[in-house]
Structures are given as C-alpha cells and as structure tokens.
Design a protein around this ligand. Structure first.
Ligand code: BGC
Length: 795
C-alpha cells in the first residue's frame, strides 16, 4: 500500500496494473465477475463495435455527466445542454426527472447526435421515489433485508416510470458517529448488518437482470470510508489502518459488488492522505483487481474538480489523476469534458484509459437495454396507490424501535395505549410537520402525501385529541429561515413572518397537557438543515427549544410518551431519566402517522432494533459496540467518580459511563422473550477445515420463547469474539441475525451457520485468515446479550 501511494512511482504502477487488469476487462481474463450481464459476450461485442466508430470527443462525452436540474453542490456552469447532447458530449444527466423531461434530452441524443447513444439518467432515489418510505437508517432498524429489497423494488419501478434508469443508492458507508448528518442515509455502525442490507438494496433495484423494463442500475456509494469523516464533520478526511479499512469500512461495498451492483460512486473524503476520487489503491487495486468489478465508477458531485482543494494539482492534473486512478465519469465537475482530450493528444493520458472508461459506461447502458428502449412512456401522473401506501406502512411499522416502556405508578406500562378513548394531548413541532416526517433526501417525495401523526390520531380521537405544537424546530430567526428557504436555496412561502414566541407556545402546550390524561410528544430535528448531507452537528440534543418544552410538559406530572422523529441517534439522556415511554420513530415517510399509531396502540408490536448506538453524551462519539479491547478495561461503577486507583486508571470517562444509553441491537417489545443457553454442534474444529472449505463448519443454536401475552417478533442476534487472534479483535462482533415471530408460549429453535465468512479477520500482513483460537459466542436480543458459549479452532 505504501509503495502504491508514492506519487513518483504511481503512474508507472498504474500503467502496469492497467496492462494487467483494466485494458482487458476482468471478465475477459477468464475469471468470473460478479455481474455476468456486464461481462456477457453480447454486451461486449456491441460495445466494441460502437467504440470503433467513436471519435475521441465522443468517447470523452460518455464520461461526462451534468445536472440539468436542482443542485446539491456547486454547479459546473450555465451550459446549454441541448447543444452538448446533440454533439454527443454528454453521456449521462442527473436531476432530470419525469418521462417528458428525460425524453426531451433522449430524443436529441437518439436523433441528433451522430452515433445515437442514449443518455443514462441518474437520480438520488434514497428511500423510495414518489412513494417515500422511512429513511435508510430506519430501514436498517428493521433488521429486515426483505424490507430494504421491497423499498428498492418500489423505488426502481417508480423511478423507471419517471425516465430514471440509474439510482444513486444504496449508501453503505459505515457510520459510527451521529454528528455526521449522513448517518441518516446509512445502515448504521455495523459491517455485517450493513452488508446484508447492501445486498438486499442491490437485488431490489437490479433484480439480477438489468434488462428488465423495471430494473434500474444501482450505485453503491460513497467509495470509500466517507462515514469515517474525522470529528463527524462532513467532507472531512478519513484516516485509519488498512486492517480497519478492510475489516469494517470496505465490507458493505464489497457485498454490494458481489451482489452485482452496476456502478460505484467515489467519496469526497481522503483516505489516509489520498483523496478517494483519485485513489488508485481503492479504485483500481481493490475494486477492479481484488473484487473484479466490471461496472463503472462515477465521481461524487464535483468531486474531481474539488481535488484541486485537496492540493494535488490544477484542473488538468486532477482530472488526469482521477481518471488514471479509476474514476470513469465526472459528475458535474466540468473537467473531463474540457481537459482530458488535450492530455490524450499530448500523450499524458494513454488513449486506452479513455477507451476502457467508455467501455465500462457503455456496458451498463447496453445491459440496461437503453439502446433498444431509450424512451419512457409518458403516463398519468403518479398517485400514492392504496397498495403502495400499505407497503410503506408495513415497512414503517417494522422500523420503529421501542426504547423504553417503564411502568408508571398506578398506570403500569404506558404502551400500548388502551384503545378506549382517553383525552390525549399531542404536543410537539413534529406532530403535524409533513415535510420533516417525510425525511431528508427525497427528490420526488411529496409532503402532501404524508399522513401526519396529528392527522392519524385525529381520525381516531376526533375532538378528544388536544393539540399544541409547543415550539418551533429551531428557535427565533432560525425557525423563520428554516421555513422560508430550502437547503438548495430556493424560497418557500412563509418568509418574513413574525418570529414565533416559543415561551408563549410552551405555556400553551403545558395547558394542553394539563387537560389530558396522557401526553404524546413528537419531537425531533428538522430534516432540511440538520439531517443528511452537509448537516453535521456538534450537539446531539433536540433542536431549538424542544428540550425545554419536554421538561415543561413532564413537570405537569401527566404521563408522557415521547416519540422521537430524527434521522440520527440523538442524545436522549434527560428524556431517558424522566420520560417513562420512548419510541424511536426516525423519519417514517408518507405513512408516518398511521405507522406510529399502529405501534402506540398495539395494532403492531414493535420489533425494530437499533442499528446505531445512542450516546449518553456527544463526547462519547464515535461510540459503537464493536470496540477494541484495552489493557485497562473499565472497572467499578462508572456512574460515579472512582473510589481507588483500580477504578481510576482505567479506560473510562470521569463524568459519564462508557456504555451507550441505548446500545446497538436494542429494542423492546410488548411481549417478553426468553433465551435458552446457546449451543454449538461441535466444540472444536480443525483450522484447515475452516480455511479450506468456505462452507459453514458449525451451527450455533438457541431456543427463543415468547413468555408474554401477545405475539411478537424478535430479532435474534449472534455475536462472537475471537479471543486469541494474532491481531486484536473487537470485544464483540455481530455475525448473524434472524427475525423470528412467536405467539405467546411458543418456542422456536433458531440456528446460525458459522464458518470462514463469520470467523475470519485480517492478519498483520493483510490476509483474510482464520487461526487456531477460541471464540466466545453470545446470542440474544441486543449487543448486551448475556448468554454465551464458545468454539475452539484447533491445529
Ligand atoms: C452526494 C451524493 C449524491 C450526489 C448527486 C452529492 O452531493 O454526496 O450522495 O448522489 O450529490 O445528487
């Protein structure tokens, strides 16, 4: 790795690698590649004959992508796209949505450009397209890959009907720091869970067959390690050992590539000093050589031009570096189209490099069938059909995590709420906020489709529902600004309204709570400014005056149920100490209200589990369960100051316990589950068996019983710890999970196959290996699972 990173030799090594790898596609080197369609003879022969016809400018044109719609970053310039498309200088466009708009450009490409090469239209379809589902982090909380597949499937169908054949999803960046706003788009902190979901997202989009009329090409992003931005600040550098890179961060991207993902997007960050968009090591050595990826790589928005800010050269230099490293398409950077040709002509860039990038792009276009079916049928405007709403509601139901449900004196557990109508006070700025319930990052989603919590509860309670927003999501002028501009800068209507008086609103909310038997509080953070891209936070509490509102309502002495609506783990310490029932509902999408009501009233028993640890304090971040061991593990009661040297000189905070407030895998149910002792069917396995045969070598089994009085679904989780590896391993790692539904009194035996895939780790010389060692094994309902067994791997 060090050698490959030496700038003096990188070009020579690049050429060598190219000779070995890239000029001849991986498929043609006689090795199977993950996506056989991209490697097919038919696709490749059509690509080769077209390539022969193309001028250098036309070839480079395929490597250029422009946004002819809204912007999510600095825009290239005001270009006349019709003219560029007619000249064959645009291979792909993003943010052009709808059959009519996409057909407009497609007709120009197919009818006016010399070689009639179709445009590939790409878009951010992040949690559904028109039908907006819960945000990806919420979907991860379902621990249900089938749910992710369904969301991707519906998104693909609707996107394709809107002229989009390529979606910039799934984002599988491991996110271990909720200060980073993009945690909302991720599958959370764990590589095993994220990999399982990555495969499901890809399958849902591509169906294993890009040529189907309702398949879209998926784009796994952001390659690589974008989620490890230092201090959780977006676009910041990532710096880590290669072992951690491979063992944690790269795993979900690899899973997506293995699942046949057609495209990969680079990331904005640098990794260990090399900007990811110009990183030969990750983009060529790992992605192409090790993983045999045959699709194409697109830069993130403007990321090639932004390489200049990384101080690795001027425009022509950074474009060359990105291309030679393996970035095939320039998203909205306006560099490939303007500076590559001259460098090919002067011999600075081998023409074969351009040819190979174009091959990769054309392969995807042919595989998608765009040459044969370039246009989209203009159909009636989309409406959220009852079937799709039902699907969105079912998915949302599965994503809800019951964080706490402590008994209240004289009442018992507050949840589920009795269906017999009581007077209910609904309080909080999220209760009726369609835009924020829809969730961040929806291009085609429409707040008008959202059934808010207020609307859903209103249907049930009529005039017995009392409502008070209580405060804004932000305070003072910020609240007005939030209401009056979108993140892309476009004006909304409510500008110049008087600054809301939160003091008065809180007093009204307190009065409202006093009149009711129970208060449901809907609090969270605004999606527009505080979640997603460019939305890092240094504080993780509720925004604006919401915490004050919560404290004031709790002070009335009325029982409070807190519904948290946010796209990241928030700091809920005060709430966890003072509020008896807390439901994490994330950003649930169009069926927000009905799904929350399903859970609150017990029509659906909650089954979600946290994909991300919830901190006690922001100072614990990055906080994740799979920590490395320390020579001085924490001892004693960490909630108080140490009593002696043994409690003091350990790895701990003086002012807060180390543990999460709500740990990874956590989530309660309205029933109880009990676990038997887990067992392994073989206590010892010879190491050669594990290494030689990548099939499972042992089965871990456990009996899980529903000991409560209602049916419920438990996410049964398997964790292991390698106790004697040559390189130290995390104190626990997830290696299996299963959603199991049990009626009261029912017991099911849950089994987990375990073999090389679960037991391996990266050795000091970066080999995936299994050694003679012993593994501790836990099975349970969260990362705190107590019951354990063990397995020995012997010589
Ligand atoms: C984001 C990507 C997104 C792209 C296109 C970038 O700013 O980082 O995730 O796919 O814009 O909208």
């Amino acid at each position: 790795m060090t050698k490959l990173r030496n700038p003096a030799v990188s070009f020579a090594i690049f050429l060598l690698l190219y000779a070995l790898l890239a000029v001849v596609p991986a498929s043609a080197q006689g090795h199977p590649t993950p996506n056989s369609q991209l490697a097919s003879k038919d696709v490749n022969s059509r690509v080769e004959s077209l390539l022969k016809e193309m001028t250098l400018e036309e070839r480079i044109g395929q490597m250029v992508q422009y946004s002819a719609g809204f912007a999510t970053g600095p825009s290239a310039s005001n270009l006349t796209y019709d003219e560029l498309v007619a000249k064959g200088q645009v291979g792909s466009m993003l943010n052009v949505v709808g059959a009519e708009r996409t057909n407009h450009y497609q007709h120009i490409a197919m009818e006016k450009s010399r070689l009639h090469i179709p445009i590939l239209f790409g878009l951010d379809v992040i949690h559904g397209h028109r039908t907006t589902f819960p945000v990806p982090l919420a979907i991860a909380a379902s621990w249900d890959p089938e749910a992710a597949e369904t969301v991707a499937r519906v998104g693909a169908q609707e996107a394709r009907a809107d002229g989009i054949a390529w979606v910039f999803s799934p984002m599988v960046d491991i996110a271990r720091d909720p200060r980073w706003g993009r945690i909302i788009e991720s599958n959370g902190e764990d590589p095993y869970l994220s990999s399982a979901l990555a495969r499901a997202w890809v399958k849902g989009y591509q169906q294993g067959d890009l040529s189907k009329p309702d398949s879209v090409a998926a784009c796994v992003k952001h390659f690589a390690a974008y989620g490890a931005a230092i201090a959780g600040r977006d676009y910041n550098a990532a710096d880590m050992s290669e072992i951690t890179l491979r063992q944690v961060y790269l795993k979900p991207y690899h899973a997506a590539v293995d699942a046949g993902v057609a495209t990969v997007m680079t990331s904005f960050n640098s990794i260990n000093g090399v900007p990811a968009t110009a990183d030969l090591f990750t983009l060529t050595h790992i992605l192409r050589k090790e993983w045999r990826f045959d699709g194409f790589v697109v830069s993130d928005w403007g990321a090639i031009a932004e390489l200049k800010n990384h101080s690795i050269g001027d425009g022509p230099t950074v474009a060359r570096k990105a291309l030679l490293a393996g970035t095939d398409m320039d998203m909205e950077g306006d560099l490939y189209g303007t500076v590559i040709a001259a460098q090919v002509q002067s011999g600075k860039i081998p023409e074969s490099v351009v040819d190979e990038a174009v091959r990769r792009i054309l392969r995807v276009k042919f595989a998608l069938g765009l040459f044969d079916h370039p246009y989209t049928v203009v159909g009636p405007a989309y409406t959220a059909t009852p079937e799709r709403r039902e699907t969105a509601r079912k998915v949302a139901d599965e994503t809800m995590v019951l964080l706490k449900n402590d008994p209240v004196e004289g009442v018992g557990e507050l949840l589920p709420l009795s269906a017999k109508a009581k007077t209910v006070a609904l309080i909080g700025p999220m209760a009726d906020d369609a835009q924020d319930l829809l969730g961040a990052w929806t291009v085609a989603g429409n707040p008008k489709d959202v059934i808010t919590l207020k609307a859903a509860l209103g249907e049930q309670f009529g005039d017995k529902l009392l409502y008070a927003p209580g405060c804004g999501l932000l305070s003072g002028e910020d609240e007005n600004a939030l209401k009056s501009v979108t993140f892309a800068g476009s004006a909304k209507n409510s500008a110049n309204e008087p600054v809301p008086d939160d003091g008065k609103m809180i007093a009204e909310a307190v009065e409202t709570a006093r009149k009711a038997d129970v208060a449901i509080m809907a609090l969270g953070e605004p999606t527009n400014w505080m979640e997603g891209e460019a939305a890092s936070r240094a504080h993780l509490g509720f925004t604006g005056n919401q915490e004050k509102l919560l404290e004031a309502v709790v002070a009335t002495g009325k029982p409070v149920i807190l519904v948290v609506l946010a796209g990241r783990p928030l700091e809920l310490k005060w709430a966890a100490e003072h509020v008896p029932a807390i439901l994490e509902a994330w950003s649930p999408g169009i069926e927000a209200g009905p799904a929350i009501v399903d859970i609150l009233f017990g029509a659906v028993n909650p089954s979600g589990k946290l994909p991300s640890s919830f901190p006690r304090a922001v100072g614990q971040e990055p906080l994740y369960y799979a920590q490395m061991p320390t020579g001085r593990p924490a001892r004693g009661d960490l909630s108080r100051m140490p009593r002696d040297a043994a409690e003091k000189f350990v790895s701990r905070y003086m002012d807060e316990p180390n543990s999460a407030l709500f740990p990874f895998g956590w989530g309660l149910s309205y029933t109880r589950f009990s676990y038997g002792e887990p067992t392994v069917d073989r206590a010892e396995v010879p190491v050669h068996e594990v290494v030689d045969d990548h099939n499972p070598v042992v089965t871990v089994s456990v009996d899980v019983r529903n000991t409560g009085s209602v049916a419920g679904t438990e996410v049964v989780q398997l964790y292991i710890r390698n106790t004697e590896a040559s390189v130290e391993q995390p104190v626990r790692e997830l290696k299996g999970f299963a959603r199991v539904t049990l009626v009261p009194g029912e017991t099911k035996r849950v089994t987990f196959p375990v073999g090389f895939d679960e037991l391996n780790f990266y050795s000091a010389d970066l080999k995936k290996t299994v050694e003679p060692t012993s593994y501790d094994i836990w099975v349970g309902g969260s990362s705190l699972a107590p019951a354990g067994t063990s397995l020995k791997i012997v010589e």
